[in-house]
Ligand binder design. Structure first.
Ligand SMILES: [Zn+2]
Ligand SMILES: [Zn+2]
Length: 399
């Protein structure tokens, strides 16, 4: 049996576990972890491994293979607390089967996929005002996308104002105080940067002006997808909030101009004719990087739908421009048509997709081999516009 504590929906698993262990007078999280593990092992002798003794590896996504062991331990704690509905399991970050752009792995919580790369690796900042109200750590403070408190509209505190140490409750096993004795709730944090606040609110599902740009009904996972795509495309590391908000407010005109410039540049520097140029020679990983954001459907992937809109708008003006004879790989084609590469091969066999190069006899086209003309891909998409569904896999009859 354990003394119960109040658990909060937006609390991180590590914070829950730390508070449970402290509320039950364990000297350290390790002592608590050892005891949990001892009982789990007693009940199930087959179970292998150990329950992590440190907070920074306790979450489910840290497991390389199965997280069964950790799940059993969390269920054991829930039994001891006599609580139902698995609040600890719900607060865990598990490994997601989804990925973002270049195979970035994702964690999953409460129906949302979050790129793992956006999780803070070292310190976890806090909001002094939140700690004044309730002494627990919110999950969102673990994300680099959240530099402000959306509730109090203030900056998060990253370093102890007294001794300048990076704040990290997972290491110090102390949520409210620094090791030097400073109480974080005594600190007065400045008003939040308005752009950082806009981003945090948008990612918390609020419909700020960013939602007007990227879609009011856009899923949170897709919002994380847009932001990761932006950070990756423009190679940003730390301060992306101001530039991202500015970028969003000029979307998609700024993006279309960039693509226009890439075509203009190709016209001046390329020595080959367009029908010999690969899509990736002009646009690099433009299509491959929006293949998983984390979906590939136009309705939920606004970057991808705008890329298609861009090519369509240019095609409407100048369908015979040489640009439309550039060559795409099955992977790129399947991204632009939001379908699988198998469906691309099928479309090719049925004669819908045209090859811009002569294939070698009896050789299957490799998924990365640039062979299909851009115009034939646009035409396949256009020929299905009458359909009520906008995704390709609905167009072709089942096979
Ligand atoms: Zn706060
Ligand atoms: Zn300190």
């Amino acid at each position: 049996m354990l003394n119960p504590i109040e658990l909060y929906e937006d609390e991180s698993l590590e914070s829950c576990l730390l508070r449970i262990s402290q509320n039950n007078y364990y000297d350290s999280f390790q002592d608590f972890s050892d005891e949990v593990w001892f009982h789990v092992k007693e009940e199930d002798r087959e179970v292998r491994g150990t329950f992590p003794a440190t907070l920074n590896t306790v979450n489910l996504y840290h497991s390389h293979t199965s997280s069964d062991l950790k799940l059993k331990a969390l269920i054991k704690i829930e039994q001891w607390l006599e609580i139902n509905n698995f609040p600890l399991l719900k607060s865990a970050l598990s490994r997601s089967s989804n990925t973002f752009l270049r195979q970035h792995s994702a964690v999953f919580r409460n129906g949302v996929d979050i790129p793992r790369i956006l999780l803070r690796k070292n310190g976890i900042p806090v909001c002094p005002e939140c700690l004044k109200e309730n002494e627990y750590i919110r999950q969102e403070w673990h994300f680099i996308t959240h530099d402000v408190c959306t509730k109090h509209k203030t900056d998060l505190l990253h370093h102890c104002p007294e001794c300048k140490t990076s704040i990290n409750y997972q290491e110090s096993e102390n949520i409210t105080d620094c090791q030097c004795g400073f109480k974080f709730s005594d600190h007065l944090t400045p008003q939040a940067n308005s752009n950082a606040l806009l981003i945090a609110q948008w990612l918390n599902s609020e419909n700020t002006k960013l939602a007007n740009v990227w879609g009011e009904h856009q899923a949170i996972s897709s919002r994380f997808g847009v932001l990761l795509w932006y950070i990756n495309r423009y190679n940003l590391t730390d301060d992306f909030s101001t530039s991202f908000v500015k970028y969003s407010l000029n979307w998609p005109t700024n993006f279309y101009s960039e693509l226009d410039e890439q075509i203009d540049k190709a016209k001046t520097v390329q020595i080959k004719p367009f029908n010999k140029i690969f899509f990736n020679e002009i646009f690099n990983r433009l299509l491959l990087d929006c293949r998983h954001l984390p979906t590939r459907e136009f309705k939920t992937n606004s970057i991808l739908s705008h890329i298609y809109q861009y090519f369509l708008s240019r095609y409407q003006i100048q369908p015979n421009s040489g640009v439309f004879s550039i060559l795409l790989s099955p992977l790129e084609a399947s991204t632009l048509l939001s379908c699988t590469t198998d469906q691309i091969y099928r479309l090719y066999e049925l004669g819908f997709l045209k090859l811009g190069v002569r294939p070698k006899l009896h050789q299957k086209i490799a998924s990365h081999q640039s062979v299909f003309t851009l115009s034939s891909i646009i035409l396949v998409k256009l020929s299905n516009m009458q359909s009520s569904q906008d995704e390709l896999h609905h167009y072709l009859s089942a096979w």
